[in-house]
Design a protein around this ligand. Structure first.
Ligand code: ZN
Length: 399
């Protein structure tokens, strides 16, 4: 994987780049819609392509439990299984284990947890999560980490941060041994997506096809909670181990927004300039804009898709709860300034009716619009960086 910085903003830490992955180019800054179980809820893959999604996130925890990573590996990997020809990032599964309170427990060895589906016992170690992610065949895979809760005592934050460092080392070592011994995704039974004829007919690869099988890139994760000292130590250790890209974890977990921005900026400043930086699980459209200006390249968040299913849409005028009765007779689009296929065709009144009637189309239309809003926000900020107008853009967004 190669990261190419094509423009940088003179007045902030923002940069625009091209992430060359094993199966296509991602223009950064980029937002990754969350496809938890190998699907972005409510969207077909064709709709995601139409929206211009360049990279998706899928959750290892969910795919590991159902349908099982062996099933996906034997189907030719996640690209082939879900018929998605563009890049995929998988997470390590650790965050899901921890967020299912009472079901998981971190030990030195890894996470021992019970399935939320049937209560069965499982174990996820730093090595095991790399093994599972290689079998899934994503383009970017993540090292296992332990997210520090908010608020956390200094001792708890320190313990989780140190454990994350030891796990990162183990993940890297396993990754190198596996990839070097030729037992990576391809020779593990996962064919390269570029050799998949079904994906080829779907227009696989915006990059020229690679002559050699490509191995997924491994990203490390910086933790440290809200303590700058710990953030610094964690960044130093993770960078010293060395990864293709760096994620900032443990933010947007309940701390004040100013603290999120300030810690994102602080941590991003400790990471190598020439590597991509991914802020995990953040956030609102305003968060994306603010954090791009603080040096972040990649984002994921369930907000646009989850909010949409609850009848809440993002617009150029702020959030709007379209399921409210007050919109029943409004014959205007969700966002009059939006050019998406939903806003060009449907009224707030109609979509409000779909929500009130419990129609599945309600969630589909709201999700489509929300994803378009997020992707369009990223495209506009990228354009502003390239054309040298980011500060003007920030002013207009901040109002
Ligand atoms: Zn729209």
């Amino acid at each position: 994987m190669r990261f190419e910085i094509v423009a940088r903003d003179g007045s902030s830490r923002a940069r625009a780049g091209l992430l060359h992955t094993s199966c296509g180019i991602v223009e950064t800054p980029a937002f990754m819609p969350v496809g938890t179980a190998g699907t972005v809820k409510g969207m077909t893959q064709a709709q995601l392509e139409e929206l211009g999604v360049q990279i998706l996130l899928a959750n290892t925890y969910h795919l590991y439990l159902r349908p099982g990573y062996e099933t996906i590996r034997d189907a030719g990997g996640l690209h082939s299984f879900m018929s998605w020809p563009r890049p995929i990032l998988t997470d390590s599964g650790g965050f899901q284990v921890m967020s299912l309170k009472g079901l998981g427990r971190a030990t030195e060895e890894g996470f021992r947890f019970r399935s939320h589906l049937d209560g069965s016992s499982h174990f996820l170690s730093p090595e095991r999560t790399v093994e599972v992610q290689l079998a899934l065949g994503a383009d970017i895979i993540m090292a296992l980490d332990e997210c520090v809760e908010y608020p956390a005592s200094h001792e708890a934050a320190r313990r989780a941060t140190k454990l994350t460092g030891r796990w990162a080392r183990r993940a890297k070592e396993y990754y190198l041994n596996t990839v070097d011994s030729g037992a990576g995704a391809q020779s593990n039974g996962v064919p390269s997506p570029s050799s998949d004829s079904r994906l080829q007919t779907l227009g696989f690869c915006s990059d020229p096809p690679h002559p050699e099988p490509q191995v997924p890139a491994l990203f490390g994760i910086v933790q440290g909670g809200t303590d700058r000292g710990l953030r610094g130590e964690s960044a130093e250790e993770i960078v010293e181990i060395g990864f293709a890209g760096y994620a900032i974890g443990g933010l947007s977990v309940g701390e004040p927004k100013e603290e999120t921005y300030s810690l994102a900026e602080f941590t991003a400043g400790l990471l190598p300039w020439e590597r991509p930086r991914y802020l995990m699980g953040v956030g609102t459209p305003a968060d994306l804009v603010e954090c791009v200006s603080r040096g972040i390249d990649l984002f994921d968040c369930v907000l646009p898709t989850r909010n949409a299913r609850n009848g809440c849409v993002f617009t150029s005028q702020g959030k709007l709860v379209v399921r409210n009765a007050r919109y029943a007779r409004e014959d205007v689009p969700l966002d009059p300034a939006c050019q998406c296929a939903v806003c060009r065709r449907y009224s707030r009144g109609y979509i409000r009716h779909l929500f009130a009637a419990g129609e599945m189309l309600a969630a589909i239309l709201a999700t489509y619009h929300n994803l378009n809003f997020y992707l369009d926000t990223m495209r506009r900020i990228r354009q502003a960086i390239i054309s040298g107008h980011l500060s003007k853009f920030l002013e207009s967004v901040r109002g």
